[in-house]
Design a protein. Structure first.
Length: 108
């Protein structure tokens, strides 16, 4: 069995701009427990991993892989595959949001 990747769980949550409170409520756990899992201080159950895969739109095995997280990985909240066209649009939106938060977007 592969080791759980704490980094991937936090990456999924932040990539989707989900708050700890929102994810914890969806998972049916306390926000403190989610923080402990993301910090590697607590191990999630298989049931919790299944719920995480639903909210983050990836396979459970994604959390059990020790390979580095790809920065351009696109996740879906509904668990369905995202088309290539939709992935490009999502990545463009995320890039725009990042630039906007840095004050680099010129308003007309």
């Amino acid at each position: 069995m592969l080791k759980f990747s704490y980094e991937r769980m936090e990456h999924c949550r932040t990539a989707l701009n989900l708050s700890e409170a929102y994810v914890a409520k969806f998972l049916g756990i306390e926000e403190k427990q989610l923080k402990m899992i993301e910090l590697g201080m607590s191990e999630p159950t298989e049931s919790l991993l299944e719920k995480m895969s639903l909210i983050y739109g990836c396979e459970v095995d994604y959390f059990k892989c020790e390979q580095p997280v790809q920065e351009n990985a696109v996740l879906a909240r509904n668990g369905e595959r995202v088309s290539n066209h939709d992935q490009r649009q999502i990545l463009e939106l995320l890039a725009f949001q990042k630039e906007l938060s840095r004050g680099r977007v010129v308003k007309n």
